[in-house]
Design a protein around this ligand. Structure first.
Ligand SMILES: O=C(O)CCC(=O)C(=O)O
Ligand SMILES: [Fe+2]
Length: 352
């Protein structure tokens, strides 16, 4: 397999063999080994050879830019408050908090399109339901749904490699916690702006955090600004994960960290848009099913590993390893912190 190179500590991995169902076992295992190494070292990696149609990506990016260019009143026609329990819609700059501070970004919250008759929607399950698509620009709905289908396929392919890297059957996740994945998707626009906030701190597009689920697949534009907290060699430092044409940046989330007892790391990251223009990014979150029980995995590659407890070093000082329950329980505990205005509405409805 060709080595494409790496950007600081974030390797670039050609995943063609995992995506192509006709590839041989040895080629798949070779990719899996590289994924496993990246998950242990930085928890971040780029993927190329992923097979996601470039024309679809270009179309989605152009439509997203047209949406964000609309006057804010028009965008607010699909504000998140109207999405209710499904947690979908638009939020304006400053509407989301990470690490307790408002982020310098606006965004559109999306996810798997579920109609009112879907059993989870009927049961009033938070974060499940129909999307709130804008009326303008037309075509955004179709592009989003096509992209979600393509990225869901890619998510399963990458998870088959991650399963192999742990010495598990390829379908371990697809037949288990990812059988009915919770797919959340966001389109963010980070406006250009002051490098610092009023208190002299950097005006973060997104503050330091880890992602909650299993795997995040991020498409970012040319502006750059994503930073990853590297701990390679025992030294903590922030490294850039700049855009690489044709690639996605992937990182693993808290649930894979939890399942692997801290061997595969959900690594903190943050965004600062220093480009002087808008920065568009599209993170796709591939998460365990809402009712999936997340526990540590008995994998050959993890035998004899004791849990690496890192809560004292974590951005939120919380232990993912102490967590017991379903992914839905975990996520509900988190979302209220990032959208305090919506918290009471969602939590009170889901309890009733
Ligand atoms: O926009 C980005 O580049 C990253 C966003 C992110 O980290 C997140 O939404 O969890
Ligand atoms: Fe993130």
């Amino acid at each position: 397999m060709t080595e494409i190179g790496s950007v600081d500590e974030v390797p670039v991995i050609d995943v063609r063999a995992l995506v192509d169902a006709s590839s041989g076992a040895a080629a798949r295992r070779a990719v899996a080994e590289r994924l496993g190494a990246a998950c242990r070292e930085s928890g971040f990696f780029y993927v190329v050879g992923h097979g996601v149609d470039e024309a679809l990506q270009t179309r989605l990016e152009a439509l997203s830019r047209r949406f964000f260019a609309l006057p804010v009143e028009e965008k607010m026609a699909i504000r998140m408050a109207l999405g209710g329990l499904a947690w979908r819609g638009y939020f304006p700059v400053g509407g989301e908090l990470t690490s307790g501070r408002p982020d310098r970004k606006e965004g559109l919250y999306l996810g798997t399109e579920l109609g009112p008759d879907h059993p989870l929607v009927r049961a009033g399950t938070p974060l499940h339901g129909p999307n709130l698509f804008p009326s303008e620009p037309s075509g955004l709905r179709e592009a989003v749904l096509e992209y979600l289908a393509a990225l869901t396929r890619l998510g399963h392919s990458l998870m088959s490699g991650i399963a192999l890297s742990l010495g598990l059957e390829e379908d371990y996740f697809a037949a288990g916690v990812m059988a009915d994945p919770l797919v959340l998707f966001r389109i963010f626009n980070y406006p250009p702006g002051p490098g610092t906030a009023g208190d002299g701190q950097p005006a973060w597009g997104v503050g330091e955090h880890t992602d909650y689920g299993v795997l995040t697949i991020l498409k970012q534009d040319e502006a750059g600004g994503l930073q990853v907290k590297s701990r390679l060699g025992g030294e903590v430092r922030w490294v850039d994960a700049p855009p690489i044409p044709g690639s996605f940046v992937c990182n693993i989330g808290d649930m894979l960290d939890r399942m692997t007892r801290g061997v595969y790391r959900s690594t903190p990251h943050r965004v600062l848009n220093r480009s002087g223009r808008d920065r568009l990014s599209l993170p796709f979150f591939f998460d365990p099913g809402w009712t999936a029980e997340v526990r540590s995995i008995d994998a050959p590659a993890l035998r004899g590993v004791t849990t690496a407890e890192d809560s004292s070093e974590r951005w939120d000082r919380q232990s993912v390893h102490a967590f017991r329950g379903t992914y839905g329980d975990y996520l509900l505990g988190k979302v209220g912190k990032v959208f305090p205005d919506l918290r009471s509405e969602v939590l009170s409805k889901s309890e009733s």
